[in-house]
Design a protein around this ligand. Structure first.
Ligand code: 13P
Length: 289
């Protein structure tokens, strides 16, 4: 029976092979099915990101695990799939460990570095004992992600080293990246900071949040400097919204009964799949399962 896996092995392979695994944030059944089937069709590993808000919306973290595990079996998904808490608080991280998530992000970037170190260390011990992968964060990602707001300051390479040495699996470091749309005057990713961080932490996989709308050359340069996981959410939302709106505007409802919910959601589902495929091709994870 197909089972969830941690992100550890898939990210180590990605660092060695110089590509990145996509973290696709999921919000409902359609998002989840789009992510796992597209991963299978492209023979690519995938990480399903779940924010606290999305977990709550889907009926709780245990519901998410049940839904994904059910899909792995019923849809014959054999590529590596991890279910990963995105930007977790301490409470959410504990709840997701209990619920059977295979990967956890504890985001202590809003705390002092001392508290971030102390809390990350605790989660590193728990996750190691349970065989789960752990992501930590230094330097906040700009913009808003499901209620978590970051100012977007670049991470300090020495602080990255302090967190990297705690036994984590992957490190998210702010390098000028932003959640959501990038403003027209965005200066781009700060590769000097990324290079300095890489120099301190060696081969520990780096995570790039805010993967929507970063130009392809910058994505490729980031991967060459050790980024092995790239998170994408907003671009799937845009694709879903555009396709759904178009379907409604075409007025294909069932005379008097309203829209058939499955038909209504299908164009959005297909649009998300196309977006994920594009990302897997850009990140280089196709045929890397
Ligand atoms: P975007 O919404 O900008 O794609 O970022 C997603 C993300 O980083 C999730 O943690």
């Amino acid at each position: 029976m197909a089972k969830l896996v941690s992100a550890t092995q898939m990210l180590q392979k990605a660092v060695e092979g110089k590509y990145a695994v996509a973290q696709i944030n999921i919000n409902n059944l359609e998002w989840t099915k789009a992510a796992v089937t597209t991963a299978q069709e492209n023979n690519s590993p995938i990480i399903l990101g779940v924010t606290e808000g999305a977990g709550k919306y889907m009926g709780g973290f245990k519901t998410v695990v049940g839904m994904v595990e059910g899909m792995l079996v019923e849809l014959n998904i054999t590529v590596p799939v991890a279910v990963h808490l995105d930007h977790g608080s301490k409470n959410a991280a504990n709840a997701c460990i209990d619920a059977g998530f295979s990967s956890i992000m504890y985001d202590g970037s809003h705390e002092s570095i001392e508290d971030n170190v102390a809390n990350t260390k605790k989660f590193a011990e728990i996750c190691a004992a349970k065989g789960l992968s752990l992501e930590a964060e230094v330097g906040s990602i700009g913009g808003e992600e499901d209620g978590v707001i970051g100012k977007g300051e670049c991470a300090c390479p020495d602080e990255c080293k302090m967190i990297a040495d705690l036994g984590i699996t992957m490190l998210a470091a702010g390098i000028g990246n932003i959640h959501g749309a990038y403003p027209a005057d965005w200066e781009g990713l700060n590769f000097d900071v990324l290079g300095a961080i890489k120099g301190k932490i060696g081969d520990l996989p780096l995570v790039l949040h805010g993967g929507t709308g970063i130009p392809a050359e910058q994505i490729q340069k980031a991967i060459s400097l050790g980024v092995a996981k790239i998170n994408v959410n907003t671009e799937c939302q845009w694709a879903f919204q555009k396709a759904t709106r178009q379907y409604i505007e075409e007025g294909k409802d069932q005379s008097g009964k309203g829209f058939d919910p499955r038909k209504l959601l299908e164009p959005g589902y297909l649009a998300i799949k196309a977006t994920i495929k594009e990302k897997m091709e850009l990140f280089g994870s196709v045929n890397k399962a």
